[in-house]
Design a protein around this ligand. Sequence first.
Ligand code: FES
Length: 823
Amino acid sequence: MTAPATKEPALITLTIDGRQAAAAPGTTVIEAAAALGIDIPHLCYCPELPSTGSCRLCLVEIEGVRGLVVACKREVAPGMVVRTNSAEIRDARRFVVELFLSRHPRGCLTCEASGRCLLQRYAYELGAQHDRFPYEDPGFAVDDANPFIIRDPNLCVLCGRCIRICKLQGAGILDFIYRGLDTKVGTPWDRPLLQSGCDFCGSCVGVCPTGALTEKPGRGRGREWELRKAPSVCNLCGAACAVDLHLKDNTVVRASSPRPTGFLCGRGRFGWTRFSHPERLTAPMVRKGGVLEPVEWEEALEAAARGLQTVWRKWGSGAVGGVLGTDVSRETGHGFLEVMRGGLQTDRIYSTLSFGGLDVLCDLQAVSGGRYAALADVAAADVLLVIGDAVRRAPALWASINRALGRGAKLIYVGPYRGRLARAAGVWLRPRPGMTAVVLQRMAAALLREDGKARLPGRRLDNFADFLATLDTVPEGDPGSGVSDVDVSAAAGLFGDPAARAVTVFAVDGVDRSTARAAVNLALFTGRGERGLHPVAAVANAYGLIGTVPRGGTGRDATPGAENILSAMERHRAWYVLAEDPVSSFPDPERVRHAMEKADFLVVQDMFLTPTAAMADVVLPASGIPEENGSITDVTGNPVRFRQAVTAPAEITNLQILMEIASRLEPRPAGGDERRPPGKESPLASSPPKAMFLPVGIDGAAGEDSSGLWLVGWASRTGPLFHPRLRLQDFTVLEPYGGDYVSLAPEDGAALGLEEGTEVMVRSPSGRAGTRVKLDEGLERGVVLVSPDTPLARAVMGDRWPLGPTPIRLTPANGSQGRDGDR
Ligand code: FES
């Protein structure tokens, strides 16, 4: 039996300015006109945002209707006859514009929005007089006390677009405040943006029709008519958002979403500053007499190739180690692999993902082949299971989750922190550190008890019986997990609804391997395959590079742990580091520094002179994403391609540099290197993906011992940006104490005699480091959060970096960083 075809509603025909139009029911006149290419002047209307009809500029005539009508609110009707540009309409619009001008400063000569300001455009086009009404200075204070957004309410026309987009993106910071002529757009208690809880996604700037909201970093760097737009992709997290770069000559001066209401987080909208940063490397350098000196490209490439090859020839396969950044293109990654494997006979390539994330990626690849739900699927879900700090690692998620919640979706949140996710959740599960996998297993066990195995879609998988056997061992009740059976059942009931489109969201580098496996099992158990999983990453091209970084850099073990990785690193005699700063971004910085320092030869290819680059024998200036052609792979498994928009300061791309080095490496000996040619095995190539349940090992240390403090890696509000490599330190102002702090429950603070801002020493079995205390009511006792990208986390988490949980002691500070191993 074939399903009845869904009937498209009949189109409505109407006439606009003498032209025939056809529009779907519910279309507004302004939208129908836009479809014909007729632009009706508007200020408050913005496509994809609900219309408010407040500015009264989009006035049109409709035959048979008395007076003028606002086109952004009036829906089309059959036979409607619309005129958009009569003398009467223009008079009315001019009157409206002149009223706006009576309270709008006339500083167009210096206004940043000149050339893109709609009020300026309409005033000119309608011949508005700025002295028709007496001018009254609104006299509002300007808010520019942050690095990103200048908010000048004097230039505001109260269209409310910023308020609507702020709500749509899930922030809800902006609203109209005060009354009458004092009305303005403001924050709660009229605080500056920096103190309002704003995430600085800049969506409000993107829809502002005047100069009331402008980007601070781009100020004075180019007039609208001097700029050209080039499509690109943001590589500051795994969401791979499309971005339009605004370019003046060869310089990026602004970034925006291709759609007015498309979401870009603060990183995407303001992170472009790294491309035109004055500290960008512009020429290669070679160390001479202990000092790095600028040289010609030929000399630098020769020196790099010769130095690496000399070490390989002397010490053999594996003598050279590689470090590959996670924000490079797939092409650059594969080029690097070619140089390392083909030219230098080594597969020892390390990445920040080696320490956490690569193991999860390999598991995911094994069961699904790397194709998952898109952000649009998250927004369209009926039930969302969100685990951990994924939203902080990939902020575009929150905008999509918020859209789903707006449609009535149910949210199950699993995490320790009472933030906006917990507040929005229908069910909030708050496991003890290290116990998330147990709680997810208990959800599966609850579903089994409820539904019986005969009705569970997962029964079709080969190893269903094995999985059932593991569920038999899942304890009922609350054996240290911190979550009651009632809550587990409530979550299972929501998630198990067979009619619901359920999507599980987590960050591959934000959960431990057991948690990821338990989440995958739960999705498979309830019949949600890869389209029911959205495993993002905090880094840009995790899915594009997992075949490039061979199993954590240590050969066959996919989860070697920080200690094993660092030990392996210490054995290399030379290094090629591309787009990464391991001295700042790997755990145990002193040990990494020592491993690099004692090497015979170090080549670093990066955009800036990082601490690692400063130690190098050869420094090669790297290109950024807008400076290359290439692609990265997003969470759906699809390549997101980008084209070169500008030329790199050093006028050469990463891939060209790699090809030049490869061409200078002598061909490998006939028959290969008899000492030990590297294997070609890749985590991806071993076997085709097969949907199957994965074994789950439970750590649970913190669950057994709930008496002490446990340090947990939790991405900061602005994401993992606090290493200096990309010169994005502006973002640190969004964090208390510049990001250098640990958060703990006020009750723990009181018990330890610690107040807000107290300087403390954090001690763990692995090390100690000083920091400050932030008392946070969103936490419960025993849990201490730290951003994994901080020096503190790297110093004290030891083998459990970057996520923990790590047992710690907190005492008022009385010394500096170092190892003591006491607890
Ligand atoms: Fe229609 Fe403002 S655009 S009332």
